[in-house]
Design a protein around this ligand. Sequence first.
Ligand code: F6P
Length: 368
Amino acid sequence: MSFVPPKKIRRIAINTGGGDAPGLNAVIRAVTLCALNRGWEVLGIRKGFGSLLGGEPCIRMDAKTVRGIAHLGGTILGTTSRGDPFQTKVHLPGMRRQRLAADVIVDELKNLHVDGLIAVGGDGSLSIAYRLMLMGIPVIGVPKTIDNDLNATERTFGFDTAVATATDCCDKLHSTAQSHDRVMVVEVMGRYAGWIALHTGLSTSADVILMPEIPFSLEKIAKYLKNRRREGKPYAIVVVSEGAHESGKDFFFKSDKNEKGSEPRLGGCAEYVAERIQALTGMETRSLVLGHIQRGGSPTTYDRLLALRYGAAAVRMAEQGLWGNIVSFRPPLMSHAPIESAIKERKLVPIDSDTVRTARELGICLGD
Ligand code: F6P
């Protein structure tokens, strides 16, 4: 069954799912204020779909709830990246038997007289939203991820902040690399796409950038670093995406990649690369993983503005009956695209893009 678009909107709900990203609160503020200004009610679902599955009740959003939050990191609604409702059963008080969580969510949204859901999330959460739509819930998706790997939109909010944070951290490593004549290998997030690594590496003037789209050769990296040393630069900054991998080899995983119910966690590439660089060049090498610091803190001005625009556009789309779509940023416009197009495949860095070309022309080693 597919959804029946509401004739008149009285009440919408909003939720945030998956990993947090700077700018979520700005989206929540924009959705709430733009909806209230149209005379609609707004329910904030906590912790993904938690409020509909026996968790803390929904928040009745008003202007006060969203006052002064646009500059705050995280999400006032809370989020979760665990428990796919299509793979989870629940047995809540008053239920005679266990039920699929997704069925309970659909019933609860109907019991709450929600005319449509604004689902803010990455590919996992948007896939769930899409399946809820097929079960009868009118949905509009707002694409979110620091990784910038969602198709059908030019830029996700949170990415700019993650790159700014990672660049700031890498800037700080230049002085220690130079003082000690060391190679510093820094692992950044981004999953299977190299957007964060590429933009951070270029911005911080890294010497080597490794990303999933360009499998690397350790021999080539070692040769490059030895040349640098011969030229009187016995130090280097190497920015490594968590999804980078050697040519012909698998990704580096921290968790079992076949584990059911959660996304496999990437990690470990920087440590491996550092160890191999030291062995191949004899240069003193250290590695570090920036981790979740890239998702934290206040969104940059760019992300705040982008997130506010995403939120306002989502409400506009609901008003126009454009359910079943995500808000799609097509600079300078806010447009829309079917939810399926956002979840179908990942947006990787095109290896012939101007940014990659710029890195090569600046003499940065991309490991190939
Ligand atoms: O998708 C955002 C992201 O931060 C990725 O860059 C990273 O691989 C993953 O989430 C980490 O997930 P978790 O918060 O579950 O460790």
